[in-house]
Design a binder for this molecule. Structure first.
Ligand code: FNR
Length: 367
């Protein structure tokens, strides 16, 4: 009989065993030496919990809101590209799992399922569309229009990809999307004028990035605001300085993210920069984080440091590999249970009870 899956790492081990190398390496890799990749996970362990006792945790409420929408617990699904490599139902299955668990799902611009397919097959899911801005602004306009029509509740603009980070495994594998799959949201879009396919070196990934616009500045947030009334979430903020610019630009939320350590290696773990960003923002927009969340205690720590919610990338992909929508649901449920346990054992009956004083950084303890 198959081993029971009792933690997120079990799902990763399973994915390692069953996925073709090309796909597993693409999902798992970070940039360059992958030092930030390791640190995203390790940094959580350097924050120590300071639990309170005798505080009546007989009735737990894990729910919260993001952008005014109720979610059943503060773990949402991040945008990850090309999910049909993990399971034939790809992003649709992931969205269905988020729907079943009452949380939010983000669809990547580089999805292998369509915006409209998500609306049709997971109609109730709270959904955000992750956007890249193309040199050809018409492509961006068309994608945003489709997201609006398909009932997406926010645009999540990724701001840490003026170009792709270097992922050694993808270069070695000469990564390409398998021929039976395609980036589903570019049907009918004329890429010739915008240069897709013009990159000749590196992994096949560069082809998909060749038409992203590296000249973007903060002024382009105004462009985005001019084409949509949807709330804007900026994904990929790592400094207090940029968080303040994001507030000035009038965005609804930011995601403290290093793109799952896939862009610039040796940047800090996201959990370590979260406190300074939360302090700078001072509640002027919502702050979420992603990167390295693998345990319920990680979720608890992120909330204690001021995040309103966390997003998971790879854990959802590994759940999808395990068993489609049911597998993603299992990963989310596991994190939900672990988070509930962390709350109870720390003396918190609701997410608003989770406070900064319930954490100590390891450096504050004598060696
Ligand atoms: C990503 N991420 C990402 N981000 C984004 O804005 N657009 C995208 O298309 C993708 N694609 C993507 C693919 C894969 C395979 C991974 C692992 C990640 C980044 C993602 O949204 C998120 O920031 C990280 O995955 C969070 O880190 P963890 O949870 O994977 O550690």
């Amino acid at each position: 009989m198959a081993e029971p899956m009792v933690c997120v790492d079990d799902f990763e081990r399973f994915a390692f065993q069953v996925l073709p190398r090309n796909a597993f390496d693409y999902y798992r890799s970070g940039a360059n030496d992958q030092s930030t990749l390791k640190d995203n996970v390790a940094a959580f362990k350097r924050w120590k919990l300071a639990p309170r006792v005798l505080r009546d945790v007989s009735c737990l409420d894990l729910s919260t809101t993001i952008l005014g929408h109720q979610i059943s617990f503060p773990v949402c699904v991040a945008a990850t590209a090309m999910q049909c490599m993990a399971h034939p139902h790809g992003e649709v299955a992931t969205a269905q799992a988020a729907q079943a668990m009452g949380t939010a799902f983000t669809l990547s611009t580089f999805a292998t399922s369509t915006l409209e397919g998500i609306a049709e097959d997971a109609p109730q899911v709270l959904r955000f569309f992750q956007l890249f801005i193309y040199k050809n602004r018409d492509i961006t306009r068309q994608l945003v229009r489709r997201a609006e029509r398909a009932g997406f509740s926010a645009v999540c603009l990724t701001v840490d990809v003026p170009c792709f980070g270097k992922r050694l495994a993808d270069d070695r594998n000469k990564f390409k999307l398998p021929p039976h799959l395609k980036l589903a949201n570019f049907e009918g879009i004329d890429f010739k004028s915008s240069g897709v396919g013009s990159a000749k070196e590196g992994s096949g990934l560069d082809e998909y990035g060749a038409s992203l616009d590296p000249s973007l500045t903060w002024k382009d947030i105004d462009f985005l605001k001019s084409i949509t009334n949807l709330p804007i979430i900026l994904k990929g903020i790592l400094t207090a300085e940029d968080a303040l610019l994001a507030v000035d630009a009038g965005v609804a939320a930011i995601i403290v993210s290093n793109h799952g350590a896939r862009q610039l290696d040796t940047v800090p773990a996201t959990i370590d920069v979260l406190p300074e960003i939360v302090a700078a923002v001072k509640d002027r927009c919502e702050v979420y984080m992603d990167g390295g969340v693998r345990l319920g205690t990680d979720v608890f720590k992120a909330l204690a440091l001021g995040a309103k919610a966390v997003f998971i990338g790879r854990p959802a992909l590994y759940g999808l590999t395990y068993n489609g929508a049911k597998g993603v649901e299992s990963v989310l449920r596991l994190l939900q249970r672990e988070f509930a346990s962390a709350m109870a054992l720390s003396g918190c009956a609701s997410v608003s009870d989770i406070q900064p004083c319930m954490l100590r950084h390891q450096t504050t303890f004598p060696a």
